[in-house]
Design a protein around this ligand. Sequence first.
Ligand code: SF4
Length: 196
Amino acid sequence: MRSDQSSERKEGLQKTAESLSSLAEEIRSCTRCPLAQGRTKAVPGEGPDRAEIFFVGEAPGRDEDLTGRPFVGRAGSVLDRCLDEAGIDRSEVFITSVVKCRPPGNRRPKKDEVEMCRPYLESQIELVQPKVVCLMGNAATRVVLDMEGVTELRGKVFREIFLVTFHPAAVLRNRNLKEAFVSDLLAARKKAEEER
Ligand code: SF4
């Protein structure tokens, strides 16, 4: 790579990092939807500026709300274990959710809350430019693809980049789903490697 190309790339990455962190700051102080009222901390998501694999869950739960970090509760432990089994390093992937603030009593996010929060997710995907986006569960699949039915859709890739899989909380409730979940993670890893 020529040195002017290399410095352009460095500049691009720096801008991405700045934009991602300013987006995260905006999310932390966001009051666009009613979920702002009940949260302890908003959870923007975390991961490298240019992660190859990007994960989208539904919403923060109690542990995430307290820490401001995504997938740190029991479902997070399932995700960690399954990432490990698939040979994926959590520190190398970007993890976020459809809404960034915890719905009261862990209820499903409402349609208007999802719509108010959607631009943040879209901007994050645009900035990170992942090679594969894993939509974990029905909420993420509905918001991004406008499709329902994870059981039938899982393991399939849509619009070349979106791979549907189970939500780790579903795997926590039903251990029989674990094998399929890990196999979807492996498929995500393979897809990311093939597109390098
Ligand atoms: S859920 Fe999203 S739109 Fe609603 S307050 Fe939190 S960051 Fe803002």
